[in-house]
Design a protein around this ligand. Structure first.
Ligand code: CUA
Length: 349
């Protein structure tokens, strides 16, 4: 007996025990772990724009077809394995001619029809989603950096970061480029991925059915903090969007009161100004995000932390602790200086 055992033989004690008692729990655990990836936003399965809806329909068609093929193949394999009497033909070839016919049809003709059909459908969806039916409402430019997003609105004199506001229901053209390596612009609920490459401009477009916040994520591995390279697309009613544009174009809030002025002074005398811009001051650095309206944004560090006073303090003192490898060096500060600088920065609305 011993000599005849082969791989996969479960007649020995431990293997049999595992097979008997853990097959179902192991299967269920794996299933739960895999399915947990489907929970929560953002998901391509909850589309909120015309192109995203077309993409998700395509996805379901491909998934459905793949399942049908899988079930047919598995069914056929089971049929062959289970057949006790090898002389009795049930859907199985009885001679060489029949075997050749099975290989020709199931191995070549049917797969070819499926693949070519899917390719035609994919091409159709691509042509349908390449550009919107209506003319563009406006253009946004996004430049990716390791690991954040610089956002500009041509024709409007301001710059922001990691947050793209768009008017709801209107198609917005998005011109993409990269300052360093290849990144990919992806808003799962609104649009498919578009690569961003240094030295060239790629184009995509966004449109949102409902006002709301749609998370975006870099979708091309770009280094250590690829996962913490997120952004938000915020779709607003026309009037709210106009107000936002106006607010962003306004110069930075002036420091009011003695404390505030001192806070501004601490900031303007710190190393911060070599990397960051606050329009209307001597802070004109271009390495990191423009801080002119920092307090109007929801997150810090491209989705790393919520933009609250406490997290901002932690980020300033040691951004490396939250996002190792980013360009912002640790900045040890006196408690009093940090507090009044925070007064100033949290007032930059
Ligand atoms: Cu940028 Cu991944």
């Amino acid at each position: 007996m011993y000599g005849k055992r082969h791989w996969g033989d479960t007649s020995c004690g431990p293997a049999r025990f595992l097979k008997r008692h853990f097959k179902l729990p192991a299967f269920l655990t794996t299933l739960i772990i895999l399915l947990s990836g489907c929970a929560g936003v953002p998901s391509v399965l909850t589309p909120s724009s015309p192109p995203a809806r077309q993409v998700v329909t395509l996805w379901w068609v491909m998934f459905g077809l793949a399942m049908v093929v899988l079930l047919v193949v598995i069914g056929y394999i089971i049929l062959i394995v289970r057949r006790k009497d090898r002389e009795e033909g049930l859907l199985l070839p009885e001679n060489d001619a029949q075997a050749r016919a099975v290989v020709t049809w199931a191995g070549a003709i049917v797969p070819a029809i499926i693949v070519v059909g899917l390719m035609a459908y994919v091409t159709y969806v691509q042509s349908q989603t390449a550009a919107p039916a209506e003319p563009y409402e406006l253009t946004v430019e996004v430049r990716s950096h390791d690991w954040w997003w610089e956002v500009m609105y041509p024709g409007y004199d301001f710059e922001t970061a990691n947050e793209i506001h768009i008017p709801v229901g209107k198609p917005v053209k998005v011109r993409l480029t990269s300052a360093d390596v290849i990144h990919s612009f992806w808003v799962p609920e609104l649009q498919g991925k578009t690569d961003m490459m240094p030295g060239t401009v790629t184009t995509t477009w966004l449109q949102a059915d409902e006002p709301g916040v749609y998370p975006g994520q870099c979708a091309e591995f770009c280094g250590m903090q690829h996962a913490k390279m997120k952004f938000l697309v915020i779709a607003q009613e026309a009037q709210d969007f106009e107000n936002w544009l106006e607010q962003q174009q306004a110069p930075a809030a002036q420091a009011e009161g003695e404390d505030h002025r001192q806070g501004q002074q601490v900031f303007l005398e710190s190393e911060c100004i070599f990397c960051h811009t606050v329009r209307g001051t001597n802070a004109t650095g271009e390495v990191g995000p423009d801080l002119t309206h920092l307090a109007s944004r929801r997150e810090i560090g491209a989705g790393t932390l919520p933009n609250t006073r406490g997290f901002l303090a932690g980020w300033i003192v040691n951004a490396q602790q939250f996002k190792l490898g980013n360009r912002m060096p640790p900045m040890p500060m006196e408690g009093q200086d940090l507090q009044i600088m925070l007064d100033y920065l949290t007032g930059l609305e």
